[in-house]
Design a binder for this molecule. Sequence first.
Ligand code: HSE
Length: 432
Amino acid sequence: MSAAPLRLGLAGLGTVGIGVVKILDREAALIAARAGRPVTITAVSARDRSRNRDADLSGFAWETDPVALALREDVDVFVEVMGGSEGAAKAATEAALAAGKPVVTANKALLAHHGQALAELAEAKGTTIRFEAAVAGGIPVIKALTEGLAGNRIKRVMGVMNGTCNYILTRMQAAGLPYETVFEEARQLGYLEADPNLDVGGIDAGHKLSLLAAIAFGTRVAFDAVELEGIGNVSIDDIRLADEMGYRIKLLGVAQMTGRGLEQRMTPCLVPTDSPFGPLMGGTNMVVLEGDSVGQIVLRGPGAGQGPTASAVMGDVIDLARGFHVPTFGLPAAQLAQAVPALAATPAPYYLRMTLLDKPGALAKIATCLGEAGVSIDQMRQINQKGDQDDDAIVLIVTHKAAPSDIADALSRFAATGVLVGAPVAIRIEEV
Ligand code: HSE
């Protein structure tokens, strides 16, 4: 093969970086054939040079400073798999782009916070940023949106995009264990990010949603406008009771353009058990894309891990080797609109769980509060704990579609009735 090789500078030798080294080592001939030219690594960098890594790195030059790596003459593409929204990852990405070199990154936090500025810099220098590995691991969802579905007006994007949260929620359900116990198991298994709140606080998944929304709706990345709620308050009681009513609880991302602006949410939701998301177990991710012409597309696959994430990085690298060029967010950066954030979510049915004093008139008071707040009841169930008239009763209510503000109004009215034991739970039901 006579074409000049595409030479990578690889910043980050953790799980993903080593995965890239392994694929290139194992599949050099296949990749060269597909790309039309060899793809090689010329130099690498990582925080700790002495760490024992599961790959032969002896053929690569070593740079201590990722910025120096990005600027090396023998590096054509800067591959950033270090992570972190600031510091070295940002500085080196900026340096590569300023030098007119394309960047392939797995860094959702960096793009969620600085995506617009980086896309503008890339375009000013005639280059691009590719980030398939940043969203839903091995699932080629960025390609699906920017290429395969480019002829569609996207109506809605939904996703379970944090495998750790889905592992915790599905393990709670399968084993009947409380959140705290399963969180600890996930920690022992090494599933949690160094800062666990990135996972269980919904932040990592919120970063990913904001990137998909930018591509889907042609808007500037607006992570700060994502309504975020983590899974820390999801109880085993709600998982069990929701299951009995035909629902599963997921940390679900939803982005849609409404007449009121761009709605972006990453919150625990009930989804029907027989919906695409219902059976999704463990660390697997799923993204559902709805286009005006195509209808609904469901993508399911591994959201993390060495092979899947490196697979996504290599897809981007091979595109660059082929000379295939897509604007970072699918549109020239200057054309990305500043989205008006929707101030409230679209009305939806809600699941309400509360414990009531089992006294005459208690339930009537709750029903009155809902009526006064303009919320209509679809289903209601009372579970008497011990069948004794004086014991507390658990009441489950599924509402018809209601505005979140009306649900909040109903909850504050509940508080004034004096018939509640503890705080009520309200979880949105997402119709998929
Ligand atoms: N911690 C993430 C997850 C993977 O659990 O899905 C990296 O984004």
